[in-house]
Design a protein around this ligand. Structure first.
Ligand code: G3P
Length: 232
């Protein structure tokens, strides 16, 4: 049985950045693992698909797929199948990321399959309407990411604080225990702190870490506000 992700949480999405591919994928994972150990903060990694299994063996951090298909086990060449991914020790998946959107029916099916497999489902949404609709599908957590701020270096928690608060209210409308995290443009510890102060229980970060020259320093900086943070 996989364990549920703890909060506060930092998810590092490596996307398909060349800076974190090849041997660098392991380097980043080992660095993140060492910071997680030193600080006690939960850090999960979403590497490119070819590195899922290798990372799950190399580090003790929860490893997440960036996307899964609804194809089932068996004669489904080329698909990323939840039941197969689980056998590689993967803890869950991002679903419906802005860069890989899927249909409502696909979202519903993937959440149900991951639930049955006791894997984490991190469902991404772009605004509060989507959050309120998609939260009803009861993923492990919902992640709000406005597409215009992704990769911008302008943090959601500073540029759109009302969006974060409105999404938390919307998610709690369907399930008062819903876990909400946010991402897009987060590049500093201050951005993370602002997200937590708005009520987010974690953040999703990609370019702000992957493209930083000093991975240890930036990961330490980002988890620092999470260390002693009392979640509401
Ligand atoms: O999944 C995280 C992501 O979309 C945010 O990207 O580069 O703005 O941290 P970035």
């Amino acid at each position: 049985m996989m364990r549920l992700l703890r909060t506060p949480l930092l998810i590092i999405n490596l996307k398909n950045y060349l800076e974190a591919s090849g041997n660098a994928t392991i380097d980043l994972a080992v660095t993140a693992e060492s910071v997680a150990r030193d600080t006690g903060v939960e850090i999960a990694l979403a590497p490119p698909s070819p590195f899922l299994s290798e990372l799950a063996k190399a580090v003790e951090l929860p490893i997440l797929a960036q996307h899964l298909d609804i194809a089932g086990p068996g004669s489904t060449t080329g698909s990323l199948v939840p039941e197969i991914v689980q056998t590689a020790g993967i803890a869950g998946s991002l679903i419906n990321h802005s860069e890989h959107r899927i249909t409502r029916n696909e979202i519903r099916e993937i959440i149900q399959r991951l639930d049955k497999l006791e894997m984490n489902s991190i469902l991404c949404a772009q605004d509060q309407n989507e959050i309120s609709e998609l939260s009803k599908l009861l993923p492990t957590m919902v992640a709000i990411e406005p597409p215009d701020l992704i990769g911008s270096g302008v943090a959601i928690s500073k540029a759109k604080p009302d969006l974060v608060s409105d999404c938390i209210t919307a998610a709690h409308g369907s399930d008062s225990t819903a876990t909400v995290i946010c991402g897009a443009g987060i590049i500093s510890g201050q951005d993370v702190k602002a997200a937590l102060q708005l009520g987010a229980q974690g953040v999703l970060v990609a370019s702000g870490i992957v493209k930083n020259k000093d991975w240890r320093k930036i990961i330490e900086e980002m988890v620092s506000p999470m260390r002693f943070f009392e979640l509401p």
